[in-house]
Design a binder for this molecule. Structure first.
Ligand SMILES: [Zn+2]
Length: 193
């Protein structure tokens, strides 16, 4: 079921997700709804908070995105990320590298806003699976960025939190438009050209 996506600055986006215990039918429905909602919005990732649920569950699918490659390793071996999509993250634990790379990023909770965000180049991930097991992998490129972005959501953190005070001031008006549920005028002008 496609659910409404919660936009900035709804308080639920600041809620830390509770850890998932047993994979109940409610959790299964939540995962299905996350996928349905993410796909309808053409996103590459969606966290439970973004559909109003404060739990440690997020989904990711980078299939078919060639212009921004993803990298993935399992037990140190390079694997094809597409063979492991879509991904469900449940109670994920991350070990990000100190080295960071800056790239543009959007968020379904911030319509029309694209920001340059510095994130770890690579991240080690340990997550529960929907079958109740565990899955460990390393992620880089777009997939690594998506994992870091979604797990931020699970901890009540948003991509704007990574900006410097100065960069944050520069988008203050954009954020006011998003809060009011209005399109950002500057972005519309860019799209028209
Ligand atoms: Zn987001």
């Amino acid at each position: 079921m496609i659910r409404p996506i919660v936009h900035y600055d709804a308080p639920i986006l600041r809620a830390k997700g509770k850890e998932v215990g047993k994979i109940t039918s409610e959790i299964e429905s939540l995962i299905t709804d996350l996928f349905d909602t993410m796909r309808a919005a053409h996103g590459v990732g969606l966290a439970a908070q973004q559909i109003g649920v404060a739990l440690q569950v997020a989904v990711i699918d980078v299939t078919g995105i060639k212009e921004r490659p993803s990298k993935m390793w399992i037990k140190g071996n390079v694997v094809n990320p597409e063979e492991h999509m879509p991904l469900v993250l449940i109670n994920p634990v991350l070990k990000p590298t100190k080295t960071k790379v800056t790239s543009h990023e959007g968020c379904l909770s911030f319509p029309d806003l694209t920001l340059d965000i510095a994130r770890s180049q690579r991240v080690a991930v340990k997550t529960r699976t929907r079958e109740g097991g565990t899955f460990e992998f390393d992620a880089g490129g777009l997939l690594g960025r998506a994992v870091l972005h979604e797990v931020d959501h699970l901890n009540g953190k948003l991509f704007i939190d990574h900006l410097s005070a100065e960069d944050r001031r520069a988008i203050r008006e954009d954020l006011e438009y998003i809060k009011r549920g209005e399109p950002i005028p500057r972005k519309m002008a860019e799209n028209e050209s």
